[in-house]
Design a protein around this ligand. Structure first.
Ligand code: FES
Length: 215
């Protein structure tokens, strides 16, 4: 992927993409008490935005910067650094194939070719029906089950090229057999008395830490 320069004056409004709903903004704000500053909540905030909108649009980055009281450039820096975050629309399901050593040695490249052949798309592309997007990623930490891939959050282990047809035909190929982590869906903690597992913070006291002020 190469750098793209964006002339902000020439970006048409309709290309900025969707903005943040009030529900997304409230959820981001509900994370503030967990962190020493609003800026520190940037990564979970990006997860919340991507969960809510499907990707992180330019408009969403701009509005998130306002919520976090940081420059928009700080948001785009982080959103474009991590491959997990998509800055263009992606499909309903995202296939993430491991491209690291164990998986590559055990046939990951052939699995990739089978996926690209079956879906007719390459990396970071989306099928015309909007069902699947595809990307490769470094080690998924399941090397003893190589080659492996994720479909959304579901892990598929020891995948062979011949399995791809069957896996993609299964409508439940992204359904988790275990409860989803509630890290980003946990009940909101509101500012107030400190819980027993942490010390009171400036946010609890209703203070604004100095480094969260708009810059
Ligand atoms: S090398 Fe593929 S999961 Fe680690």
């Amino acid at each position: 992927m190469s750098w793209q320069t964006i002339d902000r004056k020439s970006v048409a409004d309709e290309t900025l993409g969707p903005g943040l709903s009030d529900a997304i903004k409230d959820k981001v704000r509900s994370f503030f008490p967990r962190y020493p500053s609003k800026r520190a909540a940037l990564i979970p905030a990006l997860h919340i935005v991507q969960d809510g909108l499907g990707y992180i649009s330019l408009r969403a980055m701009r509005e998130l910067a306002e919520v976090l009281e940081i420059p928009p450039s700080a948001v785009i820096d982080v959103a474009t650094f991590y491959t997990h975050f998509w800055t263009h629309p992606k499909g309903r399901k995202t296939i993430v194939l491991c491209r690291s050593l164990s998986c590559e040695l055990l046939g990951g490249k052939q699995v990739q070719e089978a996926i690209e052949r079956k879906l007719g798309i390459g990396e970071h592309e989306t099928t015309p029906d909007g069902e699947y997007s595809f990307m490769t990623e470094e080690c998924l930490a399941q090397c003893d089950h190589a080659p492996c891939m994720l479909i959304n959050e579901k892990l598929h282990k020891r995948v062979c090229p011949e399995d791809i047809e069957r896996i993609l035909a299964d409508p439940d190929n992204d359904r988790l057999d275990i409860p989803r982590s509630d890290l980003y869906d946990a009940p909101a903690r509101t500012a107030g008395p400190a819980t027993k597992d942490r010390e009171p913070t400036a946010v609890d006291a209703g203070e604004q830490p100095p480094d969260t002020k708009a810059t």
